[in-house]
Design a protein around this ligand. Structure first.
Ligand SMILES: [Zn+2]
Length: 129
């Protein structure tokens, strides 16, 4: 399956470190959030590398390093990632709407607005994560 990503997302995928899958395991609703994060990280660390970007328990998990040098660490860099991860918890994975919540379907946690939660499952099981 080939997925065509918008340019601002392809830019993030181009940063994937060797040996890691060149894909983002997130739904399109988080793309704007990721594009903003990418801009912020690129400003702090122009050569930053991405290991993995996925949705985990309804929250963004973004694993990246400021550079490919071992032990690279940057407080602002990590802070930017943490901010985006917190933001994702309230952002609908489908449409990007704010004030989204976590829903559990088949043991998988999704962060969705009320509208998309209703589309995916009418009998939705709300969790209180
Ligand atoms: Zn939505």
């Amino acid at each position: 399956m080939t997925t065509a990503y918008p340019p601002e997302i392809q830019r993030i995928i181009d940063r994937v470190a060797p040996g890691w899958p060149e894909e983002l395991e997130v739904r399109p609703g988080w793309y704007p959030l990721l594009a903003r994060l990418d801009e912020r990280l690129a400003a702090i660390a122009p050569n930053y590398v991405l290991q993995q970007c996925k949705s985990k328990f309804g929250a963004l998990s973004f694993y990246a390093e400021p550079s490919d040098e071992p032990w690279s660490y940057d407080e602002d860099f990590n802070e930017a990632i943490r901010t985006a991860e917190w933001e994702s918890v309230e952002t609908c994975e489908e449409c990007g709407a704010a004030a989204a919540r976590q829903y559990v379907f088949n043991l998988w946690v999704s962060t969705l607005c009320a509208e998309h939660a209703a589309v995916i499952s009418p009998a939705v099981d709300e969790s209180s994560l």
